[in-house]
Structures are given as C-alpha cells and as structure tokens.
Design a protein around this ligand. Structure first.
Ligand code: LMR
Length: 398
C-alpha cells in the first residue's frame, strides 16, 4: 500500500524544531518558530493563567463534550478583544465566533467553509506571507496567488503596489491580511493605509480574511485591533482568525477562534449553522481546557489586568532584544544598515539574510532561522544575544 509513498519535505517552520532538537551542540539557538521565551530561555506560564488553572483544578469540572462552536463565555470574550467591548457590531448580533484549534485551526475552518460558499474563488496572500497560508488554503482546494506587499529596498510595505494589486482582483476574491505584526516581515500598515485598504475591499467586493495571531505584540491589545475595527465600521462582511498561542503563551493548548462578520443577526445564525457542519465533520467540537482558562482570565477584571501587564512585559522584552541586537551588530562593525530591526513589529525580524547565510548560521553556529531570513527576536536573551550577534556579523561580513 505505501511502497510508492515519497518522503514529504520538512515543514519550513516546525521542521526547524525537529532539526534543532536533534542538534547536540550546547550553544544552539532556535530563532525559527514564533514562540516567546523569557530571559531564562523558558516558555512562560503566565501568572494569570496559573491562577485560572488553579481555580479550575480545585473545581474539578467534568469533561463533557463542548458545544460544536465551543464555550460561549470564551467566544464572547474573543469578540470583545477583536471588536471592542462597546462594539455596535456585537450589539447588532452581526458576528459569530467559534472556538478553534489555534489560529491555524481557525484559518482551516474558515477556508473549508469558504470553499463551500465560494467554490470558484481564488485566495490571495501577501508576498511574502506565513508559509502555512499557502499550504493551508491550497489544502482546502483553492488556487493561491500573491498580492504585492513587502519592499526589500525600504524594508517596509510597498503600499502603491499593494493598492494597485488589490485594485485588479475580481469580485469575490479572498484576500488574507495580517491584522498586525505581519509574519514574516514585521512591516505593518498604518491606520490611514488600513482605511484606504478597507475602501478598496468594499469597492471591489473582495472577501477579507484577517489573520490576527499576535494581538498585543505590537502596541497593545486595543491599538493592535485597528484593522478588524475599521473593517467593522465599513459594513463589509469578513472573516477573522485569532489565536491565544502567543498572547497567553498557550501554544500547545491550541486556543484560537474564527469570527465571521455578517450583515445581521439572522444571517449570522445561518452562517453559524454551516460553520458548525464544517467543525463537526473535522473534529466534532473543541477541547475544554484552553478555552476555559482564557475565558476565566478575560472575564475576571483582576486576572484580565494581570494578563495585560504580563503581555506588556513580553512586548517590552522583545523591544529590548531588538534594540540590543541592533547595538551589538553595530558594535561588531557590521556595515549593513540593520536599523530596520527596531522598526519592525511583533516577534520577527525579516533580516535580509540570504538562504546561504541562514545555512551557515545553522551549520557553523547551531543557530536556526527560517530560510527566508526570518528570525524570532523573542528567542533571544541576555545570555545568547552576543553569540547570535557574533554569528550574524560573521556571516554578513562573508
Ligand atoms: C510561526 O510563524 O513561527 C508561528 O506562527 C508558528 C507556526 O505555526 O508556524
């Protein structure tokens, strides 16, 4: 049966973990996957999460099946984070939210539902985008193309090209947008640019799918929600996938959500009924623990405040690592201008390192990065940053 099965290539991001784990060098550093580590190199278990978990353990809740769409208290809390506690959209019942298995799971449920809704449509992702976007939408049966986004010369967004590209798309085209902390480039749109982009989507009748995996990692929970809120004001229908992997440091619990903004309450009920069919035929209903913990934190004012502070701490540590890496590269006499490291937002820096330089980092130093040159700043710490700066300086100097 399996005699002719070929070996699939390693995943471009998670495959790096496999290679890193197999590396026996004690000074190895994993700058590949987007995971936040504290200064001791550990994935933190947030204090707000610990408090919610202790309470949950003490209550010893039964583990019955969840509703297909997940926990209502969780889904409502997600909606408030995305659209604001006093959102008109929520008051009008225009949004449906389902708990999903991380941001990836939310994208997949959305993609599978869109394939049923718009079977002949195409999906457009930014050039470049998170590697799994293409794979995931292709796996859902869509042809996937790109729209212009990053400008390597300015290290920012080529907004004129982006607008021109979107202006050519046919009505019903699905465009995947990074709501904040663009992965992999860290180059985000400004508020005025988002406004223009919303207008283009409305004028061309595009179907926006916002991927919001890093809310709180750029400027804060509210400030980072500008994109979903501007789309909300536009009256358009759109999709949002969101995740608590990073913001709650709950990677392995797979806690995410898919929210779909519809024209009204009755429409939302019909769409929800269809999305539930997608979920039921995939994994039936989501697991209990992660969503219950997130809901407990977000729905308790004291824990919510604690989470805000812990999230700010993660954000600030990444910023400090950005400044420190830039300073250390300069100290090592690197001629190339790396100042973009402190301007990019979120966990990543799109360093401009070539695939060959990334390969040297791995082979000679045991430092793992994505072959596109993306590094995760949140894996740097006060003990490994000199080693990483030395290594980068060596490979860029040739
Ligand atoms: C990443 O881009 O590294 C993260 O989103 C983790 C993943 O699933 O790829």
């Amino acid at each position: 049966l399996f005699a002719a099965v070929e070996m699939a290539p390693r995943d471009p991001i998670l495959g790096l973990n496999e290679a890193y784990n197999a590396d026996t060098r004690s000074n190895k550093v994993n700058l590949g996957v987007g995971v936040f580590f504290d200064d001791d190199g550990k994935i933190p278990l947030l204090r707000a999460v610990q408090a919610a978990e202790k309470a949950r353990l003490a209550a010893m809740p039964a583990r019955g099946y969840q509703p297909i769409e997940g926990l209502a208290a969780y889904n409502q809390a997600v909606q408030k984070l995305l659209f604001g506690a006093d959102s008109q959209l929520l008051a009008a019942g225009r949004v449906l939210t389902v708990e999903a298995l991380g941001g990836t799971g939310a994208l997949k449920v959305g993609a599978d539902y869109l394939k049923r809704l718009l079977p002949g449509s195409k999906v457009y992702i930014s050039d470049p985008s998170w590697e799994n976007h293409r794979a995931l939408f292709e796996a859902a049966g869509f042809p996937v193309e790109t729209y212009p986004y990053y400008d390597a010369a300015t290290r920012g967004v080529n907004f004129a090209a982006l607008k021109a590209g979107l202006g050519e798309l046919p009505a019903g085209a699905i465009i995947v947008l990074h709501a904040c902390c663009h992965n992999p480039t860290g180059a985000d749109l400004g508020v005025a640019q988002w406004r223009e982009l919303v207008d283009i989507c409305a004028a061309r009748r595009l179907v926006p799918f916002l991927d919001m995996a890093y809310q709180g990692f750029a400027d804060g929970v509210e400030a980072d929600a500008v994109a979903p809120r501007l789309f909300a004001d536009s009256g358009l229908s759109f999709f949002v996938s969101s995740s608590f992997s990073k913001s709650f440091s709950l990677y392995g619990e797979r806690v995410g959500a898919l929210s779909i903004v519809t024209a009204g309450k009755e429409e939302a009920a019909r769409v929800l009924s269809q999305v539930k069919r997608v979920i039921r035929t995939n994994y039936s209903n989501p697991p209990t623990h992660g969503g219950a913990v997130v809901a407990a934190v977000l729905n308790d004012p004291a824990l919510r405040q604690q989470w805000d502070e812990e999230l700010a701490g993660m954000r600030e540590r990444i910023r400090a690592m950005r400044s420190s890496l830039l300073a250390k590269l300069q100290e090592r006499g690197v001629q190339q201008d790396f100042s973009f490291i402190t301007q990019q937002r979120g966990m990543f820096s799109y360093t401009g390192l070539t695939a060959a330089q990334v390969e040297r980092l791995k082979d000679e130093f045991g430092i793992y990065a994505v072959s596109t040159g993306r590094i995760c700043l949140a894996a740097l710490n006060t003990r490994n940053i000199d080693y990483v700066a030395d290594a980068i300086a060596t490979v860029v100097k040739g």
